[in-house]
Design a protein around this ligand. Structure first.
Ligand SMILES: [Cu+2]
Length: 266
């Protein structure tokens, strides 16, 4: 009796879970990137494969529990031990993971093994406990050199640039929010001034860690205008929960206006 009751519970949990996944009750937000559809397709495929195995596993569990569970349960040694079963499971799961990695490498390669478009707009990003700062090269199109020893929150020199001695740094535009033109390839170069952080924009399907001491490039093209949240997804200290910024995807004209206003505020 207990066994059958538990089997029904297992099947109900399976049905409700499958329903929520299939009807996308909790699902990803809309994708606004050029590379995103490949990632979404990969996630769908992974969920289908994992979901079918999950359902099959739950049905087997429910069957065994209905047949042998409850008061009739007896501990019985499988003849010859469970070794063959474990080897079989090991090979099955191993093959599945390998197959998914192989298929998924296409989506991964589209993000990481494709060089950025040569016409990309480069924006420098500095992460630090617990904020992001962004840097545009200004009218000369050149970034000033970085001198970490010059980083100073008090004088708002978040990147450690030297505008007094470095002509390329003079017109650099440093902002607390990032704006980009829609349909324009963007290349971000990520720096961290203290610990590991992360740049995560759900709608862009971009999630990349910052590592102190490294300059990490990441590129993407946004296809829709709007305002999106950037959150830090690496536990980076007490203020981690509050580490966020906003990304505005604007039309080219709006972007030009925005950048002009930011330049005037430097
Ligand atoms: Cu952080």
């Amino acid at each position: 009796m207990v066994g059958r009751f538990f089997a029904v519970v297992v099947l109900l949990v399976t049905l409700i879970t499958a329903y929520c996944v299939i009807t996308h009750v909790w699902w990803m937000p809309v994708d606004i990137s050029v590379h995103g559809p490949k990632i979404d397709q990969q996630i769908e495929e992974t969920i289908v494969v994992a979901g079918l195995l999950f359902i099959a596993g739950q049905i087997v569990l429910a069957t065994f529990v209905a047949l042998y569970g409850g008061a009739r349960a007896k501990v019985k040694q499988i003849r010859g031990g469970a070794k063959p079963l474990i080897i079989f499971a090991f090979l099955l799961v191993g093959t599945e993971v390998l197959a998914l990695s192989f298929v998924g490498s296409k989506a991964w390669g589209a993000v990481y093994f494709t060089p950025p478009d040569p016409g990309s707009m480069q924006i420098d990003v500095q992460a630090g406990q617990f904020a992001y700062y962004f840097r545009y090269p200004g009218p000369d199109g050149k970034f000033g050199d970085l001198h970490p020893e010059l980083i100073n929150e008090g004088s708002q020199n978040y990147f450690g640039i030297d505008p007094e001695h470095d002509p390329a740094a003079k017109d650099d535009i440093v902002t607390a929010e990032i704006a980009i033109p829609v349909n324009k390839p963007i290349l971000l170069t990520l720096h961290s001034k203290d610990v590991g952080h992360s740049f995560y924009v759900r709608e862009l399907r971009v999630q990349q860690d910052f590592v102190p001491g490294l300059v990490i490039p990441i590129h993407f093209t946004a296809t829709q205008t709007g305002r999106f949240e950037i959150v830090c997804t690496q536990l980076c200290g007490l203020g981690h929960y509050n580490m966020k910024a906003y990304l505005s995807v604007l039309s080219q004209a709006d972007f030009d206006d925005w950048l002009k206003k930011q330049a005037a505020m430097q």
